[in-house]
Design a protein around this ligand. Structure first.
Ligand code: AKG
Ligand code: FE2
Length: 321
């Protein structure tokens, strides 16, 4: 793995302003910065001061979750792929994921009562508050993207079909002190990802020149990444960035992410407005949950044969015309 990084930086866009009302001059200016950043990097840093009131509670909760004994964490399972507890074969990272996490009862049912049989309402509430906050930000950004392509009439349909999956990640500090790869380079296949982290950096994004950029988050910010589902829906417009996590320090890294995904049963289909003679339809309609099942078997097969994970652009390869 190349460890060369450059001083390039992902753009920072401020979403904290009170005047960010749809149609206002502030809205239009943020919207064009979002479009520019996504064209260039597929991602940006979003400042969002409201997260500060939750920050201490969030990382307290994450320590409590991951400090549980391994057999307890392993009780969190699901018949659906990419939910529940996962520990990487390298032991360097662990994750816990749960669906529709903006609703306290869902977290209680699928996560907290599994880990604490008597329930743990304060943890459920903290995680739901985080999901509500980030899903609000996701909706704003999605609306700006759709407006910028003139397809905002699909907003309600997409929102109604979104699963706000929450994923908590812990990266152990590398034992040797040498930089180690926590998560290998990949593109997210979902619609949009919004990440928050403790004070330990490690996320790297590959820019258009193929160079890896260190992403340094401010405590009041998120990194927003476009996923391949959105790029496919936009008929190849905007690209999901390659990213990876490299651990360099002496402290554990925690990150918490909203992974907005399209629900099973919803056919993801490029709108007619984005297809014409010069922009023919590039991708076949697909169901994200069906793709996830296929993708999970690909990953398991690759792991079984000792080869690396399937290539990125997996979703695009899956549904290319
Ligand atoms: O922890 C992070 O910052 C990134 C995690 C990530 O890329 C993923 O879960 O897809
Ligand atoms: Fe990712």
């Amino acid at each position: 793995m190349s460890s060369i990084t450059t001083p390039d930086m992902v753009p920072i866009i401020d979403f904290s302003t009170q005047d960010l009302k749809q149609g206002s001059p502030e809205w239009d200016s943020v919207k064009s910065r979002v479009r520019e950043a996504l064209e260039e990097y597929g991602c940006f840093e979003a400042s969002f001061d409201e997260v500060m009131v939750l920050r201490r509670a969030i990382f307290g909760v994450m320590e409590e979750l991951f400090d549980l004994p391994l057999p307890t964490k392993q009780l969190c399972v699901s018949e659906k792929p990419f939910r529940g507890y996962f520990g990487s074969p390298t032991g360097l990272f662990e994750s816990m994921s749960t669906d529709d996490a903006h609703v306290v009862e869902n977290i209680e049912q699928h996560l907290t009562t599994v880990l604490w049989p008597e329930g743990n309402i304060s943890i459920s509430k903290t995680l739901a508050s985080f999901t509500q906050l980030t899903s609000r930000l996701e909706t704003t950004i999605l609306r700006m993207i759709l407006e910028s392509f003139g397809v905002e009439k699909y907003m309600d349909e997409l929102i109604d079909s979104t699963n706000y999956q929450l994923r908590a990640l812990k990266y152990r500090r590398p034992e040797t002190g040498d930089p180690s790869l926590g998560i290998p380079a990949h593109c997210d296949t979902n619609l949009m990802t919004i990440l928050h982290q403790n004070n330990v950096n490690g996320l790297e994004i590959r820019n258009k020149d193929g160079e890896w950029i260190d992403v340094k988050f401010s405590p009041n910010s998120f990194i927003v990444l476009i996923g391949e589902s959105l790029s496919v829906w936009l008929n190849g417009r905007l690209c999901s960035p390659y990213h990876r996590v490299t651990l360099k320090g002496n402290t554990a890294r925690y990150s918490l992410g909203l992974f907005a995904k399209l629900k099973g049963g919803y056919l993801v289909k490029t709108p007619a407005e984005l297809v014409d003679n010069t922009n023919p339809m590039l991708f076949k309609p697909f169901d994200y949950e069906e793709f996830s099942k296929f993708y999970a078997t690909q990953i398991a097969r690759a792991a079984g044969s000792g080869t690396s994970q399937p290539r990125t652009s997996d979703l695009k390869a899956y549904c290319i015309v």
